[in-house]
Design a protein around this ligand. Structure first.
Ligand code: GDP
Length: 323
């Protein structure tokens, strides 16, 4: 039986990935921090909370990572844990860097020293591109130009992952995933903030949603589809970096259109208030990824389109709030 270690097990991607790996017969270990009020609600939502072996560890503490890696000796390490919210990274740039950049280096070191044959997946991100593109699209060859402390910390981790592969012949891959959402996306992200807000308005629990820049565009996919790509990358004979995206881009306004339409509201202008607190010091205007390499080499394709994604999220929030 193969053993997988997932960091960030309690997050959206950790939960979807754990479910996928369990269905494939893996023994799944999840790294968890000892914090007050830790929540397993994403894993509970997907019905896998009790099927995971939880191990204590913290990305800022290399000794804990060493202990975990040495004890479990995983076949595959999926490193998803991060301070993953771009907005917060301006308020907490040092913590973001300690966790995302140095934390990745510590984990890579632990794997190299105690389990070097393990395959290593790093959750890189489309944020590394900033506003850089080739003919409007981002590909694996688009130059990086990170525009937030979050993106900069991830770029460090991206290159460390490449460097461990090149220096120590380890199997290390970067998944450059574009925005991916689901009913268990964190409430601070714009997609979930909208689906939750729309459901609350529909049920009479709220009057409005406060948002920042409505004109930025994102390439939004479904997290359940994207974790499949993570696993596929790890099954390849050679380690490589792949963009995972839908190839379609939509504005926040498009998201609002579909979300409000789902609950029978056709003109949402009176329900949305612009609040400068939610604007970013430096914005990414448009993200649109070209995932041709993943489609050709991994035979991966997104299954859920934008409209289905928005509707799925609104429906799930309605359901949840009605309870
Ligand atoms: P990101 O692409 O990883 O930063 O994902 P987010 O979901 O946090 O943000 C996506 C886009 O939505 C960015 O361009 C934000 O500026 C924009 N946005 C507009 N209003 C909001 C808001 O209230 N919250 C968040 N999180 N983003 C917002």
């Amino acid at each position: 039986m193969k053993k997988a270690l997932i960091t960030g097990i309690t997050g959206q991607d950790g939960a979807y990935l754990a479910k996928l790996l369990l269905s494939k017969g893996y023994e799944v270990y999840g790294l968890v921090r000892r914090i007050v009020n830790r929540s397993f609600s994403n894993l509970t939502y997907l019905g896998v909370e009790k099927n995971i072996e939880y191990v204590d560890g913290d990305l800022t503490d290399e000794a804990s990572l060493t202990h975990v890696v040495r004890t479990i000796k995983p076949d595959e390490v999926y490193h998803l844990a991060a301070q993953s919210f771009v907005g917060t990274s301006w308020d907490q740039p040092i913590v973001t860097s300690e966790i995302n950049a140095m934390g990745t280096l510590k984990l890579l070191n632990a794997v190299k020293n105690h389990c070097p044959a393990a395959k290593f997946y790093h959750a890189a991100t489309s944020e590394m591109f900033g506003n850089s593109n080739i003919d409007g699209l981002q590909t694996e060859d688009t130059p990086f130009h990170p525009r937030s402390p979050y993106a900069i910390s991830k770029l460090f981790a991206y290159w460390m992952t490449v460097n461990f592969k090149e220096s120590f012949s380890m199997f290390c891959v970067n998944g450059i995933l574009f925005n991916h959402e689901s009913p268990i996306r964190g409430l601070e992200f714009v997609s979930r903030k909208i689906s939750d807000g729309v459901a609350r308005i529909k049920l009479g629990l709220a009057k409005e949603i406060k948002l920042g820049n409505l004109d930025s565009k994102r390439d939004w996919g479904f997290a359940g589809d994207y974790v499949e790509a993570m696993w596929l990358m790890m099954q390849e004979p050679e380690a490589d970096n792949y963009i995972i995206s839908t190839g379609q881009t939509h504005s926040i306004r498009d998201f609002l259109d579909i979300a409000f339409e789902r609950v029978g509201i056709n003109n949402w202008s009176s329900y949305v208030q612009i609040d400068p607190r939610f604007k970013r010091p430096a914005e990414l205007f448009t993200l649109q990824g070209k995932s041709d390499k993943a489609q050709a080499k991994l035979n991966w394709k997104p299954q859920v389109n934008f409209t289905q994604l928005v509707q799925m999220m609104v429906d799930a929030d309605l359901e949840r709030l009605k309870k």
